[in-house]
Design a protein around this ligand. Sequence first.
Ligand SMILES: Nc1ncnc2c1ncn2[C@@H]1O[C@H](COP(=O)(O)OP(=O)(O)O)[C@@H](O)[C@H]1O
Ligand SMILES: [Mg+2]
Length: 380
Amino acid sequence: MRIIPIASGKGGVGKSLLAVNMSIALGQAGFSVVLVDLDLGASNAHTILGIRSVTTGIGHYLQNKDSDINDFIIDTEYSNLRLLPGEAEIPGLANIKFFEKRKILKDLKGIKADFVIIDLGAGTNMNTLDLFLASSEGVIVTTPSLTATLNAYLFLKNIVFRLISTSFGQKSPATAYLEHLQKDGNSLQRLYVPRLLEILKAKDPKGYEKFDKRFKVFCPRLVFNMIDDPKDSFKAQKLRVSCREYLGVDMEHLGVIYKDHLQDVALSSRLPIIVYKPQAVLSQAIFRISEKLVQLSPLSEEDFDYEAIEDSYQIANEEASNDFDLRIAEIKDLLNTGALTEGDLLETIRTQQFEINSLKKENMLIKRKLVKAVNSGYKL
Ligand SMILES: Nc1ncnc2c1ncn2[C@@H]1O[C@H](COP(=O)(O)OP(=O)(O)O)[C@@H](O)[C@H]1O
Ligand SMILES: [Mg+2]
């Protein structure tokens, strides 16, 4: 059984879209799948699946400490796919108690399925981090925007720190050192992870060994969603380099997904996009990502393959370029059949220009804030 948590630093980047559609795709491919909606307080996996309302889910499951998780997993109309729904009324994942988190973590590992896909809420609260770390092969979703990629990086940074702080024992000199650093938030920010690890290794070689065992097989993967242009795909490479150099984590690329207006149409018809239009470029990208996921096994200590990771970026860039051609071909078809008029096209360009302008403003603002932060001594 493989647990695949799907997370992001920023909300609204397409986690639920990916989690739901990928779960259906894996089910169609013959794997038994349980989709777990852990975006508590804002759960919407059931809605994307076209289920109008759910009466029981995580909330009811957590009410009783002896409850059996399997009693709350419901069938869906899709083959091999079952769902553990979230409940909108219960507070977010950040607010669940320590023993509740322990129970979820333990029970998730006992679910009988080939894949347990977890739709996590955005953000870096401790419960979210621990659920992401329930597996060594979580997926981080981002869009190419500056805020989203920065948040993806910061999410991963928090994950690495959580992995460090949970690996060394409470009485370890390494933990004392980390606590000492934490008191002075600034010096913690300034440290870059490979250097910190050297220090911790010297302070507690045994604790470090435990950490390293987990770290070596830790292999988060990346999905770049809502791209508009093949060039957007290159931004993934930048994110990869920062993560590798500053965090010591090399992320494999699962692929890109273009922004597609068909998704809105699919939503309003209450059908997941890969069911509504399996041939759509967006759906094809999700099938492709699901296939890659099946082919990639969880890492074992020996098989870290630098070249395969390098290739995954090259392949993603090629896919971005091919999908772009397909999209252009789709638009040409629509124009030829009259389904799309030139007026529609102009209107689309106008709205996109408006969006571009507001994004530019947002970028300027963030850049200014970043410069200010860096000038006052903050290090990413
Ligand atoms: N590739 C895409 N093309 C078009 N719309 C998308 C795409 N990915 C996500 N969306 C839309 O963006 C919004 C946010 O996606 P969602 O999956 O709910 O994000 P998250 O779960 O990360 O908050 C939704 O309305 C969704 O339909
Ligand atoms: Mg969501």
